[in-house]
Design a protein around this ligand. Sequence first.
Ligand code: VG1
Ligand code: CO
Length: 543
Amino acid sequence: MEKLTISTQPIAGQKPGTSGLRKKTKVFMGPHFLENYVQAIFDGIGGVAGAVLVVGGDGRYFNDRAIQVILRMAAANGAAKVIVGKDGVLSTPAASHLIRKNKTEGGLILSASHNPGGIDADFGLKYNGPNGGPAAENVTDKIYAATQTLTEYRIIECMDIVIGAIGTQSLGAMAIEIVDPVTDYAALMEELFDFGAIRALFDSGFTMRFDAMHAVTGPYAKEILENRLGAAAGTVVNAVPLPDFGNGHPDPNPIWAKDLMDLMMGPDAPDFGAASDGDGDRNMIVGRGAYVTPSDSLAVLTANAHLAPAYKKGLAGVARSMPTSAAADRVAEAMGIAHFETPTGWKFFGNLLDAGRATLCGEESAGTGSDHVREKDGLWAVLLWLNILAEKRISVSDILTAHWATYGRNYYSRHDYEAVASDAANGLMDALRTALLDLAGKSVGELTVAMADEFSYLDPVDGSTSAGQGIRISFTNGARVVFRLSGTGTEGATLRVYLEQLELDPAQMNRDPQEALAPVIAAADELAGITTRTGRAAPDVIS
Ligand code: VG1
Ligand code: CO
């Protein structure tokens, strides 16, 4: 076993995005790329000498090889111990929990989340800090700076480390502890929720399908839903994680989880359906004949979380990302609790959760979570829904109808234009930036602009500012459109257009969302010239 110091060069342009660094798998597999980036993370966080780290990933292609490199580099950089999920697998929320439970200096999570996996697909790497959450911007800035000045990386040369059996071993002076990925996470869920009540719900004949999409939550969902809560065998489908997610797109939305959607909208629908993404932090919730948008889900959970033991004392506040609909804000106002609007990406919730100012957080992109970890958590959201259903004993559809009757309905949709030429996408945003300066009061189609700006976030906890977080335009009739470019794509640019319309008339609450949003969709195109600038007549994905 030899410790090597390898000379290397700065790596250009590797700025972490919304959620760590995401690239084509082949880029990560290229000579020294992964090694350089891992060393930049270690250097950027001030070194890992004597540190304890958690390491695990979503099991996608290259996960196994990358873990070997990270372990050898952690040892060469003087880490004291690395806690690794068996076979290198940990869901993102489970990794967050292990970081917190073991009070480690943080962890490395290998995932490109909902992006497809495989040698020709995507890979990603993210550093989470000691609070269990994605590194804040001041840390990712340091990691990025380290990529620009890198001159060497340190690695131990050795045989492959066996990570398929639970137990502790050593690599040089560093300990490697292999843990079962599910055990601690499942125990945490038992603390938060009334498993007895949920078991009674299943005993009463309640039926469910959970689609793990061949991604990391399969083993977690089987253990928790089928083994501990008594859901029928076969409730969890696509439960075996595969390196290429069965050639699928492990993104739990009506487009990519179409099989589940078809089932739930058809004659044989079970009472409840849910799905999770590649790394287990996203969730999709759907009742029989009733899809719940992630924005509505956050609002419903905010209104009902007190029905679960962990939240029975009430919530300190609720936080949502800026493009997420305002549905949760109105619940918070009615309940007299604080609400916050943050930029896209879970890292911005961390300070609010650490400071005890928010208890629940959510994003329109199917992410919901609470202060139990510092990541969004797919299965947690499913269990909170189940706990609420176990208490209320009414259907998802009835919960939605009652919720809208009380708070109004925020029609919501996101239109994505993927792999657009970067120049065209940047040009569109630049033009909007200029135009918004005198948009207020102007009419666009049948709508009138109330307010237009580029979102800049002032963190109420640490006073830091994050500018350039998306262009938002609201209209006098309660409609809003947000434009932003994705920070997780690996090809060209992805333009996201977020559309919202508040409806307070109960007679108008059962419309098709795309129809209800038609005026704001038209206004979005008129304002941004989407078709002209991108050459696209229609979005690639409507969710
Ligand atoms: C997307 C979502 C964002 C989410 C991020 C990471 O980012 O819009 O809400 O936090 O993915 O989710 P972007 O920059 O592409 O819009 V995950 O499940 O990929 O870690
Ligand atoms: Co994810």
